[in-house]
Write a protein of this length. Sequence first.
Lengths: 353, 353
Amino acid sequence: MGGDRAPLEAVRGAYAASAEYNASFILVGDRQAIGQIAAADGMDLSHFDIVHAPETVNMNDDPLTVIRTKKNSSMTKSLELLAEGRGDAVVSTGNTGALFTGATLIVRKIKGVRRPAIGGILPTDPPVLLVDSGANTVVTEEYLEQFAVMGSIYMQSLYGLQSPRVGLLNNGVEECKGTELQVATYARLKELPGINFVGNVEADKIPQNACDVLVTDGFTGNILLKSFEGLGRLMLTSMKDLFYSNLRGKLSGLLVSDGTAALKRRFDAREHGGAPLLGISKPVIKAHGSSDAKAVKNAIRQAIAYAQSGTIVNIAKEIKMFAPARPDSPKDTAGQAARDGAEAAEREKETAK
Amino acid sequence: MGGDRAPLEAVRGAYAASAEYNASFILVGDRQAIGQIAAADGMDLSHFDIVHAPETVNMNDDPLTVIRTKKNSSMTKSLELLAEGRGDAVVSTGNTGALFTGATLIVRKIKGVRRPAIGGILPTDPPVLLVDSGANTVVTEEYLEQFAVMGSIYMQSLYGLQSPRVGLLNNGVEECKGTELQVATYARLKELPGINFVGNVEADKIPQNACDVLVTDGFTGNILLKSFEGLGRLMLTSMKDLFYSNLRGKLSGLLVSDGTAALKRRFDAREHGGAPLLGISKPVIKAHGSSDAKAVKNAIRQAIAYAQSGTIVNIAKEIKMFAPARPDSPKDTAGQAARDGAEAAEREKETAK
């Protein structure tokens, strides 16, 4: 119910997915609204389970409190269904922070994972998994080390890469580059068994097939992912201007329409499914807030693949090598946690135990 | 002497500039190499001063020591000439860290400036000045506040904007977004007199004319600037592939050649001159390491405009409001400084006084 175009496009996307994929579907949302959409579109939803959840988590809701206060939101309900084993994966187009906090509180982390992270896909060729693409604004070298492990396993399982190349996002290639965090992380990743660490990666090298998994904190990751989004959009707009400016432009556009369609697909966020919440003990996929039916369908395809892949079992196995967990770094201060929704919520939960 | 294509393209660029701009020129570099280039190209350099500097600062040289150990490098010599008043501006295509450290040590900061910063231009329309685009990996809210002041004055003087819009690069628009640093900086910028603060700017909004000056730390700034560089290059390559793939593509390309030429100019780093070292007491312009003659000429044009603009006098006036300087934030630790070339070098200098 929470995306920019929900519930209409979510229902349409799920309906399209149900025709194509061998899976069963639970729609979690306002029963009446869903019924109206089905009637208007002529969709027969008799093969869907519908769980009524009339409340909506909005983009402006505080991730820290909304999951507790909006018990009947589609987000809370669907995460509860997942936790109870009544579903195998959740796809949401809603508030990222709330979904991340909710997944951590309700579905819970994989044992041994210090902090879950969002794995966003950068629209390069081949694609790059960016971990963390937005959840944890402040991280330690241990979190980043675990992001590398989780991202690596995800790209092995979902993209069929035998030995994904893991890069550390940095402002230079030399081992000494970056802040203390990058220097300490470099030293750890270099020694990490089972990880194909290719060193520091500068941002201008990302489109040049420099790595398969790119590790960074959620603040820098957010800036990078959004700069790709903004520039991809600018690129498509510029080409549109070029080809729709006048008759010559239109003719020109016709001549290369196959090529421009391929470019459009590549930079279209809707093509890339959604971002997995890595480190959560069951598959939760965050699709873009502006997702249309096609984007929702692609995110569902990805959720099915994720659920069938054994990724989470493999992450749980690998992450055991980090046990017993090292104590938190002193950088991980209370002031920061108060702003990082998921982190604070989790701490709260641990205190309550 | 230190750029990827120096001294050939530097000499050619200066020669082209001397034909177009009303200025006198000092070439600082290996006299013999310069003479050979002039002879081979048939350039008459009799109206140039040539100061012999046979040593070269390389890209791998340590910024901390190279300025002291390579006394006869073109970089050291040219900064000394500037400091002595024998020139009005320096343009360099060399090692950014070394130039930044050298400018701080030899030319010195404007009084009251806590840390100089690099002002990189993002190739948006209209352009955005990114401060800091790479010098200070770790900053305090006070540095960022000063970056806003310096960037604002630069865009007023050089781009004729009456009231440049200053944005803070962040992972969301709300005042509470980001790390402690962004929250504290937001609070300061909001209250800063004479600054047209437009709030937090997300990276995907940068191409949408969100601000004229974008303030951030040098680590994030480096990532952002390089991601624009890498994606701009990807965009131009993609269009080239489109228009050179086959006969249809070539015909298509011909039809929109004006439009593609304009796009190419926009994303071509060579068109944007160079990046000013804001906070240094005299004009120092860093041109891209891969600059060709055209890029060097544009950087020279910008250096002349910078020297004539009164920007530095205006920055000096405005920065007085920060005096007496507040003490350093405790975040500004010694460990970090040891890696931030310029910062450490400067501290050393202050100790030696």
